[in-house]
Design a protein around this ligand. Structure first.
Ligand code: KGA
Ligand code: KGA
Length: 258
């Protein structure tokens, strides 16, 4: 059974995350379905994509599928990780991707939202960046996605506390473009998509790619990269990652000592 649904109408493609039993966790299988959908959207020259949940429930997406995170001693967020691949697919899709959000957004799903081009949300939305609860060492590409988009103070607070941020504040700090009443969310989102779909697709595609490349244009030498990777290795080889994953599986608070 596919874990997403898609629709195309008026040059607008909609991608519905449709696995609420697992709170739309971004599993390998779900990501494969997204890639197939995105390929289809490209073939049909879709001019704007809306990324939403198929259900109007209290969770938009629970983020990375924790059951698929590897055991301690293995990099939990390598280049080929499903979530990493999903982020690249969204960022390089040659037309704008609009996130339409109702409900809570967790961990890697926050990065997915940040990777979208425009974010429409209602008042039920919250954002929690949770790797510090799991002991997951975030990767350089992930940090760059956040720091190229949000103020450093906000990024730090979210990563350090892992606490959910409510919609009103998320609007103020720039995570959300438009915060609208739940009853208007769909209409407002598709109005935006229709406007974009009327504009020059070749120009927009070139803008999106230019903004992506320029916002990622951070020069670090290989030595610095290895240094950052070494910092991450200490975390995923260390006790916190093992404890974080075990606590999640046992449905308890992690104990990272004092
Ligand atoms: N991965 C795998 N399974 C998940 C999951 C996840 N992220 N989130 C939920 N599930 C499963 C859960 O185990 C349960 O399965 C079902 O979805 C319903 O969840 O029915 P089963 O087999 O027991 P639950 O918890 O009963 O639903 P709820 O009471 O409605 O609570 C919803 C939330 C979202 C609050 C709760 O499920 C939750 O806290 N999920 C984890 C959120 C999270 O911490 N995500 C971050 C994942 O890490 C991540 O993205 C990374 C790697 N990161 O940030 O670096
Ligand atoms: N370039 C050349 N001529 C212009 C012009 C422009 N950007 N804007 C107005 N004119 C001329 C118009 O052709 C008319 O000339 C006169 O100014 C009064 O305009 O009398 P003429 O010879 O017919 P108009 O439209 O009658 O005035 P208005 O009814 O008061 O309306 C004003 C606006 C500003 C709303 C209207 O003129 C308009 O929409 N202009 C174009 C606005 C626009 O799209 N600008 C973006 C230009 O592109 C740009 O900056 C680039 C390259 N970009 O964004 O990358």
């Amino acid at each position: 059974m596919p874990l997403i649904r898609t629709e195309i109408a008026d040059s607008i493609g909609t991608l519905f995350l449709d696995h609420y039993a697992k709170r739309n966790a971004l599993s390998r299988e779900l990501v494969e379905d997204v890639h197939a959908a995105v390929d289809q959207f490209r073939k049909e020259r879709v001019r704007a994509v809306v990324l939403r949940s198929a259900t109007n429930e209290k969770v938009w997406s629970a983020g990375h599928d924790v059951d698929e995170l590897p055991k301690a001693g293995i990099d939990p967020l390598p280049y080929g990780d499903p979530l990493e691949r999903l982020l690249r697919a969204i960022k390089t899709y040659p037309a704008p991707v609009i996130a339409m959000l109702h409900g809570s957004v967790w961990g890697g799903a926050c990065e997915l939202v940040i990777a979208c081009d425009i974010v429409m949300a209602d008042e039920t939305v919250t954002f929690a960046i949770t790797p510090a609860k799991l002991g997951v060492p975030y990767n350089a590409a992930g940090f760059l996605n956040f720091i190229s988009r949000l103020p450093l103070t906000v990024v730090k607070e979210m990563f350090f506390t892992a606490d959910p941020m409510p919609a009103e504040r998320a609007l103020r700090v720039g995570i959300i473009n438009h915060l609208v009443p739940a009853a208007e969310l769909e209409a407002r989102t598709y109005a935006m998509a229709r406007t974009i779909a009327k504009r020059s697709p070749s120009a927009i595609s070139a803008y999106k790619e230019a903004i992506r490349v320029l916002s990622e244009a951070v020069a670090i030498n290989p030595d610095t990269y290895e240094y950052l990777h070494g910092l991450r290795r200490e975390v995923y080889f260390g006790p916190d990652y093992r404890e974080g994953i075990a606590a999640f599986r046992e449905k308890r608070e992690p104990d990272f000592g004092r």
